[in-house]
Design a protein around this ligand. Sequence first.
Ligand code: NDP
Ligand code: 8X3
Length: 253
Amino acid sequence: MKKIALVSGATAGIGKATAEILAKNGYNVIITGRRNERLLELKKEIENSTDSKVYTLNFDVRDNKQVCEAIDSLPAEWKNIDVLVNNAGLASGLDPIQSGDIEDWEKMIDTNVKGLLYLTRKVSPMMVERRSGHIVNIDSIAGKEVYANGNVYCATKHAVDALTKGMRIDMLPYGVKVSQVSPGMVNTEFSTVRFHGDKERADHTYDGLTPLYAEDIADFILYIVTRPAHVCINDMIVMPAAQANSTVNFRKK
Ligand code: NDP
Ligand code: 8X3
């Protein structure tokens, strides 16, 4: 019987690439996100190109009622989730604290911290009951370091870093592994979302350097979840070769 992985935020970027690579490697996948047409497209694409099955759940991770109803609606054969990838997340805005937009802050805190918590709270008891499972949180280099104007986004990712560590302790007696990946710059829709749809500004983020791609991160997630039962990768910090840390990049002129 195939294992089941639930990937939050699978309509784009890292989540989409993760659903694709897990399906190619023998997982049935539950894909989630707010843009239902993209979920349906991805389901078609995966089911046409692999022998894995896809189940779509269309909800907003910021709404605990929607999260609970979505997970409760899973048919019995989809309920035994082996892997939960807490990937849905975003940056919104890049402003100094004194002029930051409160709506941007709430969006980031509600998605990156509370959304991750809601989904974990709903799925982890089933893993605990079965004494098996693996949760992979998508953190960031922004969860390790802080950069100018990154204030609230960095705070949410520092929270993810703390939650991964705390969850690992809580899950330990039940054989549920908790890991995270902490990437530097990955070229996805992330920067376009951060700059409120300004794609041209977003594209400049990667001027003069080769960023990571969603497929690079998906590959690490596959590696993490396919280690032997006695091995847990706690954290993987992954950067583009041209990025030393949050603030130091090498850009070709
Ligand atoms: P994308 O913008 O390409 O994808 C983000 C995904 O999250 C989309 O599928 C989106 O789906 C989903 N999402 C956002 N908000 C919600 C919500 N409220 N409810 C449900 N789903 C939501 O960005 P990335 O792939 O880059 O981002 C994925 C994760 O990786 C994030 O947690 C991000 O912080 C992290 N990360 C990204 C880095 C980067 O440089 N790109 C580096 C380090 C970490 P939809 O809009 O359809 O709901
Ligand atoms: C995304 C990476 O450096 O833009 O988490 O914060 S960064």
